[in-house]
Design a protein around this ligand. Structure first.
Ligand SMILES: Cc1cc2nc3c(=O)[nH]c(=O)nc-3n(C[C@H](O)[C@H](O)[C@H](O)COP(=O)(O)O)c2cc1C
Length: 343
């Protein structure tokens, strides 16, 4: 049944609409060579009928990249998956977790937790159409569903049809009454349920997601499941990705801040030459320097000044200078403290 090459999905950055676009992924790839990066959700119909290059184009340097699709029509998903494979994506993921009204009216996203057989039919149609992994990202249930029943039913149904990996956002979604944002925080997390799922299905890949606050904390979950997926933390504190290659994959990445910034400078230059503003790229880099003197100025320049149509890629160096100065000040104050201590 399973005709795919498995990915090593120990650490993933979650699909996030408006956030994990191609520029964000290019940046994240400079920080970790191994993390699996997910696109924002794209509907199957958009891929079939829309401007494909604009919607799903990306830079090859972003690999390994997985694309997330929204939809529930097996034929449309299979056809869209085929196009994604031709584009070179390493994995196609189906969204069974998004609770927004727009998505519900299209009968996809989290409301599909109530239709595991339909999701399984989609998986089968997609598996038959492509030879890259087909995966599912789901919740532990919606509304009044009993999470253990809903999650296990979903897992058995999709794995029976050859699903290659199940990513579980370990909380329910409320389809009525909570906004998508509230649905990422208010329903309580249930990690043990996901661990029990892995125990029940030891040969299937299970990735845990939801509320993991640091990449280091994510390592603890590897005692129970195959991998972790981080969303908001990875986006807001991208510097955490720098240790992922070593901590999760035992690899030496050889990360060099200056080299990374040179690469991003070149990328922003190219982006501007294509007629866009620096901000389209720099907006994803705001959290790179955290709790360092100069970080506020870094964020300010990369948001306010980078929107200016005349802004060049050098905005990056201008902003970085504040970080260099901040580090110098920190170093000086540490040296002063040592001198005082020795007197
Ligand atoms: C701005 C934003 C957009 C999101 N868009 C998607 C999406 O397109 N598809 C999806 O499956 N989940 C989406 N999510 C949910 C995340 O993938 C993830 O499941 C959720 O944020 C919980 O993980 P975290 O606590 O590590 O952030 C989004 C989350 C955020 C914050």
């Amino acid at each position: 049944m399973n005709n795919s090459v498995a990915l090593n999905r120990k650490f993933c950055v979650a699909p996030m609409m408006e956030w994990t676009d191609r520029h964000c992924r290019f940046f994240h790839r400079q920080l970790s060579s191994q993390a699996v990066l997910y696109t924002e959700m794209v509907t199957a119909d958009a891929i079939l009928f829309g401007d494909k290059d604009r919607l799903i184009g990306y830079s090859p340097q972003e690999h390994p990249v997985a694309i997330q699709l929204g939809g529930s029509d097996p034929k449309a998903l299979a056809d869209a998956a085929h196009i994604c494979q031709e584009f070179g994506y390493k994995e196609v993921n189906i969204n069974v977790g998004c609770p927004s009204d727009r998505v519900q009216s299209g009968r996809f996203g989290a409301c599909l937790m109530q239709e595991p057989e339909l999701v399984a039919t989609c998986v089968k149609a997609m598996k038959d159409a492509v030879n890259i992994p087909i995966t599912v990202k789901c919740r532990i249930g919606v509304d009044d569903q009993e999470p253990q029943d809903a999650l296990f039913k979903m897992a058995h149904s999709v794995f029976d049809q050859g699903c290659d990996s199940l990513i579980v956002h370990a909380r329910k979604a409320w389809l009525k009454g909570l906004s998508p944002k509230e649905n990422r925080d208010i329903p309580p997390l249930d990690y043990p349920l996901v661990y029990r799922l892995k125990e029940a299905l030891p040969n299937q890949e299970i990735i845990i997601n939801g509320g993991i606050e640091t990449a280091k904390e994510g390592l603890d979950h590897l005692n129970y499941v195959d991998g972790v997926m981080l969303g908001r933390t990875a986006y807001h504190q991208p510097f955490q990705l720098i240790d992922v290659d070593a901590d999760y994959y035992g690899l030496h990445h050889g990360y060099d801040e200056k080299v990374m910034l040179e690469t991003m400078h070149g990328y922003i230059n190219h982006h501007i030459k294509n007629g866009f503003k620096a901000h389209g790229v720099t907006r994803h880099m705001l959290g790179l320097f955290h709790s360092i003197g100069g970080a506020k100025k870094w964020r300010q320049l990369l948001t306010v000044k980078a929107v200016d149509p005349n802004s060049t890629a050098d905005i990056l160096w201008e902003a970085y200078e504040h970080i260099i100065q901040g580090r110098k000040r920190l170093q000086q104050s540490l040296e002063q403290r040592v001198e005082l201590h020795n007197e």
